[in-house]
Write a protein that binds this ligand. Sequence first.
Ligand SMILES: [Zn+2]
Length: 221
Amino acid sequence: MMENTALLLIDIQHDFLEEGSLAVPHASEIFPAVNRLIQAVKDKGGLIVASQDWHPQDHVSFGSNHAGNKPFETITIQYENEAISQTLWPDHCVQGTYGATISEKISISDISHVVKKGTNRMVDSYSAFADNKYFEITELAKLLYQKKIETVIVVGLAADYCVKLTCLDAIKFGFKTILVKEGTRAVFPEAFNATMDELRSKGVSVASIDDDAFANVYLSP
Ligand SMILES: [Zn+2]
């Protein structure tokens, strides 16, 4: 049963933890649920995939690359004849830096594939499946199709950006999609409940790790 299931660990990187440059409040609270899920999916023969935000230093999403603008402002970028709305962030997950590494508080040796995203300096990429404008698709969907995955369980950082967009793309790519709420936290915690409601309205199952309906299927020995 679980051989058709993949656990997607979204951007669990040092820069998104409490000490990081783009800290997600209470990010470390996800680890107990994330590690339970890693163990359960591993034990049942499922696939474990991580995404890694992986930006060049001159990335368009960094406020520091736009004179006169500050992080958390929204600007419009012109690229490939499109006007793209871009939220600016503090510099984060720069390729090769400590902040970009996946946290060792999860079992990295159990991850079978790492999907890098955000490498195009001109387009941001919240989803692990594609950049924000679908100029480029990552290898994630191809990998999941090749492995005959039907269901994805999504956890990671942050609920209101990269986890949300990954869930929405997972639906678009045809997967049954389950977000485990104990396994994610939001950049803007006040947005958490509205984000969950939006995801439910678009077909994502928002589960609690303690729900019998979830635990009986995915956590039982
Ligand atoms: Zn980023």
